[in-house]
Design a protein around this ligand. Structure first.
Ligand SMILES: [Zn+2]
Length: 53
């Protein structure tokens, strides 16, 4: 089944999953803010996103 699921691997090794671009971007932004105290732009997050599976 084709989907738009994406993953982003954080430089710290944590893997963020999302059902689509918006979800994975939101997950990465939340992770960056909570774990790294950094803000991540949508463009930065999308640049790191890869198709899942
Ligand atoms: Zn991280």
């Amino acid at each position: 089944m084709a989907g738009n699921a994406k993953i982003i691997t954080c430089p710290c090794g944590f893997i963020l999953h999302g059902g689509d671009d918006e979800e994975v971007v939101a997950a990465a932004q939340s992770h960056a803010r909570e774990i790294h105290a950094q803000s991540l732009s949508r463009d930065q997050a999308l640049a790191m996103a890869r198709p899942a599976g």
